[in-house]
Design a protein around this ligand. Structure first.
Ligand code: ADP
Ligand code: ASP
Ligand code: MG
Length: 472
C-alpha cells in the first residue's frame, strides 16, 4: 500500500479556489491508486493574525483583539459556505470555535499577560478550523475524507512555542488514529503545526511547523513519499521573491536541504528532513498552483552536480554578540562558560568566531538578548547589535574546491562582511552582513554562480524561457 503524506501550506488553502485546486490534486493521487494522508496549514496569514489578536488582548486592547477575531470568523464562514452546499453544520462548528477563541481573548485582556502556553492555544485555532473546512470540502467533492484532530496524533513535550515531538508515542498514535482510516479507504485530513503534550494541553511545533507535521506523519506511517505542496515550483536557487531569475533545483540531498532550511530558506521547515532521513522517505516540494511541475526531489544521495552551489539561503533578524575579555586570554574552560549561558537561556547559536581576546557569536534577535548579555557581562565586556543577516551558500564539497572563497567574496566585494564561516561543513559556506545588504548580496551571488547551471540538477528549460520572456 503506497501511503503518501500530502502537506498543503497556507497559500494552498487560502480561499475557496485554492482549496478546490487542492482537492483536485488529492483526487489525482487517489486516482493513481495512492493512499493520501492530508496535512493542512491554517488559511494564509491566519496564524499571524491570531498572534496579533493575542498580543493586542494581552496589552489591554480587547476591542482590537475581538475585531481581528471577528474578521477571521467572517473569512472562515465565507470560505466554508462557498465550498459546501449544506454548510449549516460546518458553520456552527466554526462559530463554536470562534466563540471559544473570543473567550480566551477576553481572558487575556483581563489578566494582561500572554504566556507561551496561551500563545500556542490561540494560534492553534488556525489549523483546527482550516482542517475542518478542507475535510468538508473534500467530502463535498466526492472524497471519503475523515477529519482527525492532529493533537490526538502529534504528541510533544511541553516546550510551548517550539515543542519537541515524541517519536515513539506519535508512531503509536498514528497506528491507532490514522492507519485504520487508511485501511478503510478514507482520506485522513488533519491540521499541521498543532500538537499536544502528554496531558492533552495544546502545543505547537513552531512557526512554519506544518511541514514538520507532514514529515512526522510520513515517518510514523513509513509513507512512500512526503509531499510538501506550496506556492513555488520547488526549492529554488534562492528565494524567488528576492531574485526573479531563481531556478528550480530538480534534486537535492537531505543534508543540503536541511542546511538550506536551517539557514533561512523558508520553503521548508528545518526539522522536516529528520523524520524522512530516519526512514529514508523521499520528500518532494511541489507547487499547488502549478501541479504538473515535477518540483524538487529531496533524496539521500543526490547526483553529482557540476555547478559549485545548489542554492543560496538568507536568514534575517539576527544579532551579533561580541564578548571581549582581555584578562581571560582564552583560558581553559572559557568557551564552555560562554556556551553554558546560551544553553541556560535555550538560545541556539548560529555562527562563532574567536580571536585571542574575543568571541563573536550570532543568534536570532530575540527578547532574551538583554538577559543573555547581562549574564555574559559577569565574565567579560559584552556588546550586541541587531539587524544582521546570514547568507549561506550550499553545495557539494565546497571545502574541497580551490579558490571558492575568492570567487564568493569577489562577487560581493561592494558589501561589508562582518563574520565568515567556512570549513565547518563540507557543504556550506556562510557569512554575516548588514540586513539591508542581504537582497543585493543574494542577487550578486546568484548572477555570479548560476550563469551556467548544470542541467542534471537545475531546471534550465525554465531558465531559457525566463531569458526570452522580456521580448516575447
Ligand atoms: P507554505 O505556506 O506553503 O508553507 P512558505 O511561505 O512557508 O509556504 O514557503 C514558501 C516561500 O518560501 C516561497 O513563496 C518563497 O518566497 C520562500 N522561499 C525562500 N527561499 C526559497 C527557496 N530557496 N526556494 C523556494 N522558495 C523559497
Ligand atoms: N500556520 C503555521 C504558521 O503560519 C504553520 C505553517 O503554516 O506551517 O506558522
Ligand atoms: Mg511554510
Amino acid at each position: 500500500m503506497s501511503i503518501v503524506v500530502m502537506k498543503f501550506g497556507g497559500t494552498s488553502v487560502e480561499d475557496p479556489a485554492a482549496i478546490t485546486r487542492t482537492a483536485g490534486i488529492v483526487a489525482g493521487r487517489l486516482a493513481l491508486g495512492k493512499r493520501p494522508v492530508v496535512v493542512v496549514s491554517a488559511l494564509a496569514k491566519v496564524t499571524d493574525q491570531l498572534l496579533r489578536a493575542a498580543t493586542a488582548a494581552a496589552s489591554g486592547d480587547r476591542t482590537g483583539a475581538l475585531a481581528i477575531s471577528s474578521r477571521l470568523r467572517c473569512r472562515h464562514r465565507d470560505t466554508a459556505m462557498a465550498l459546501v452546499k449544506d454548510s449549516a453544520e460546518l458553520v456552527t462548528l466554526i462559530d463554536q470555535k470562534f466563540d471559544s477563541l473570543d473567550e480566551v481573548l477576553r481572558g487575556l485582556a483581563a489578566i494582561l499577560e500572554l504566556t507561551p502556553r496561551i500563545s500556542d492555544l490561540v494560534s492553534s485555532y488556525g489549523e483546527r478550523i482550516s482542517s475542518r473546512i478542507v475535510a468538508a470540502a473534500f467530502r463535498e467533492r466526492g472524497m471519503d475524507a475523515a477529519h482527525v484532530d492532529a493533537r490526538d496524533v502529534i504528541v510533544t513535550d511541553s516546550q510551548f512555542g517550539r515543542a519537541i515531538p515524541q517519536d515513539s508515542i506519535i508512531e503509536k498514535r498514528a497506528a491507532e488514529n490514522l492507519r485504520p482510516l487508511i485501511d478503510q479507504g478514507k482520506v485522513p485530513v488533519m491540521g499541521g503545526f498543532i500538537a499536544s503534550n502528554e496531558d492533552g494541553i495544546t502545543t505547537t511545533l513552531g512557526r512554519g511547523g506544518s511541514d514538520f507535521t507532514g514529515a512526522l506523519v510520513g515517518g510514523a506511517l513509513a509513507a512512500s513519499a512526503i509531499e510538501i505542496w506550496t506556492d513555488v515550483d520547488g526549492i529554488m536557487t534562492c528565494d524567488p521573491r528576492v531574485c526573479p531569475d531563481a531556478l528550480r533545483v530538480k534534486v537535492i540531498s537531505f543534508e543540503e536541504a536541511a542546511e538550506l532550511a536551517y539557514f533561512g530558506a523558508k520553503v521548508l521547515h528545518p526539522a522536516t528532513i529528520l523524520p524522512a532521513v530516519k526512514k529514508n522517505i523521499p520528500v518532494l516540494v511541489l507547487n499547488s498552483k502549478n501541479p504538473s511541475c515535477e518540483g524538487t526531489r529531496i533524496i539521500s544521495l543526490a547526483p553529482h552536480c557540476k555547478s559549485p552551489f545548489k542554492s543560496i539561503a538568507v536568514k534575517k533578524k539576527l544579532s551579533i554578540i561580541d564578548v571581549v575579555a582581555s584578562r581571560m586570554l582564552m583560558t581553559h574552560g572559557y568557551l564552555s562558560e560562554i556556551f553554558a549561558i546560551f544553553d541556560k537561556h535555550q538560545c541556539p547559536v548560529d555562527m562563532v568566531s574567536t580571536s585571542e581576546v574575543s568571541v563573536s557569536l550570532t543568534v536570532d534577535s530575540n527578547d532574551k538578548l538583554p538577559l543573555i548579555a547581562a549574564d555574559l557581562g559577569k565574565l567579560a565586556d559584552v556588546k550586541y547589535e541587531g539587524k544582521k543577516a546570514l547568507i549561506c551558500l550550499v553545495g557539494e564539497d565546497i571545502r574541497g574546491q580551490n579558490g571558492m572563497a575568492a570567487q564568493v567574496f569577489g562577487a560581493i566585494r561592494h558589501i561589508n562582511v562582518r563574520m565568515i564561516s567556512q570549513g565547518a561543513s563540507e557543504i556550506n559556506m556562510s557569512f554575516m552582513i548588514e540586513e539591508e545588504d542581504a537582497d543585493e548580496a543574494v542577487r550578486s551571488l546568484h548572477a555570479a554562480f548560476f550563469q551556467n547551471p548544470d542541467p542534471l540538477v537545475f531546471d534550465v528549460e525554465a531558465h531559457k524561457t525566463q531569458l526570452v520572456a522580456p521580448n516575447s
